[in-house]
Design a protein around this ligand. Structure first.
Ligand code: SAH
Length: 382
């Protein structure tokens, strides 16, 4: 062994088609690729999009007789001429094919599977069903951008779902049978079930598993609490080992976005090695962050009884502290303060209040009492 510890490759088995395509091009000494087609991918990662086109059988990268005027290097930057270009299927036969979909497919890993389970489709009201369909469409977009649609399966697909569906089902795996049957077909007998009510937190080790299940559940009415666990019970009865795992932000699920597509993105980011907190923050909107604020701010409140009136006070500096791990803006902080009837004061003012007050125990754990009328002014101008 050398001086440097090698990171075991099993720690990051994830590879997306775009990476594989870049790898193949690099091996063949190709530094940039142009196009003879107007259908040329755009977006954040054109090689991912290009690889998906090739995998869908839509054209190939070929060697030209004359160079194109421009091309894109492997980082997606526009550069000068190239002898290699993407062509549509009708032109493929006219040129020498350099890379096609089958070459990429051969190098893609068979796992992990990302599965959305629709067992509880019929427990939803029509509006919720529309949301499930919408979130699945978003999940497809996430899987397309970050992974590989052919490793995305939707199980328990039914006729009504198909009508509402917005996912190109031919590009993913649409499975009308049970999740257990799907897993057996793939030779998988242990899965991770992502469940906000699980006891255990999703760990690095769990990320080595071959399939991850997200419940196709949307809960607008609040009547589906604990439903995800039932997906696990059914699988266990079918003889499949289920690792129920939750995703938490600093120990709590509050503040973790619970949409199917957001959970899929957090999971994928973690599969690529990102840590849980960073992955959550990448998808957390201020609305989700405010859920958590409503819990965090009151933890730090100090109660003052000033001239007979009760004030709930937190340090203004708490905002900077919470901003480190919640996607909040000052207006979110202020909004939650208003909702909970609190005020924020600078730390040095709080010190001052503490100096001129006395602590008294009461049923709520105690408060600081200030008899001076003018102290109330301190709380108003913040
Ligand atoms: N009301 C449902 C949750 C629906 S959220 C329940 O109580 O079981 C939709 C899906 O997203 C869940 O089935 C689960 O797979 C996933 N999910 C949402 N939040 C999660 C979290 N914090 N940790 C793990 N999975 C989560």
């Amino acid at each position: 062994m050398g001086r440097f510890k090698k990171v075991p490759s099993s720690l990051c088995p994830m590879k997306k088609p775009g990476d594989v395509l870049r790898e193949i091009l690099q091996e063949k000494g190709i530094k940039s690729v142009g196009t003879l087609s107007r259908k040329w991918p755009s977006g954040r990662d054109i090689y991912q999009e290009l690889a998906l086109l090739l995998l869908e059988g839509d054209g190939a990268i070929v060697e030209l007789r004359e160079e194109t005027a421009e091309s894109w290097d492997l980082n997606g930057k526009k550069v000068g001429p190239s002898k290699y270009a993407y062509v549509r299927p009708c032109f493929v036969e006219k040129f020498k094919v350099i890379v096609d979909g089958s070459e990429i497919a051969k190098r893609l890993p068979d796992y992990p599977w990302i599965i959305v389970d629709l067992t509880f489709w019929n427990r939803h009201i029509p509006k919720e069903k529309d949301k499930v369909a919408l979130q699945l469409r978003e999940t497809y977009a996430v899987v397309r951008r970050m992974y590989y649609p052919r490793r995305f399966a939707i199980t328990w697909v039914n006729e009504e779902f198909k009508k509402k569906n917005k996912v190109p089902l031919e590009k993913v795996v649409s499975y009308e049978g049970s999740t257990a049957d799907f897993l057996r077909e793939k030779g998988i007998n242990r899965v991770v079930l992502l469940d906000p009510n699980a006891e255990e937190v999703l760990s690095r080790e769990d990320l080595q598993e071959r399939a991850f299940i997200i419940g196709g559940i949307v809960d607008m009415k609040g009547d589906k609490k604990g439903t995800t666990a039932k997906i696990g019970e059914v699988l266990e009865k079918e003889g499949i080992d289920v690792l129920r795992r939750k995703i938490v932000l600093r120990g709590d699920i509050v503040g973790v976005p619970d949409r199917i597509n957001h959970i899929a993105e957090i999971l994928l980011r973690m599969l690529y090695g990102e840590d849980m907190e960073k992955a959550i923050l990448a998808v957390q909107a201020p609305t989700h962050a405010r859920w958590r604020l409503r819990k965090e701010i009151p933890k730090r409140k100090i109660r003052y009884l000033i001239d007979g009136k009760l004030y709930l006070v937190v340090e203004k500096e708490l905002y900077d502290e919470l901003k480190q791990w919640l996607n909040i803006r000052w207006e979110d902080f202020v909004k939650v303060l208003r909702e909970t009837g609190m005020v924020a004061l600078e730390r040095r003012r709080i010190h001052h209040l503490n100096k001129i007050s006395v602590f008294r125990f009461d049923k709520s754990g105690g408060k600081r009492v200030i008899l001076l009328k003018r102290a109330a002014l301190l709380c108003y101008n913040c």
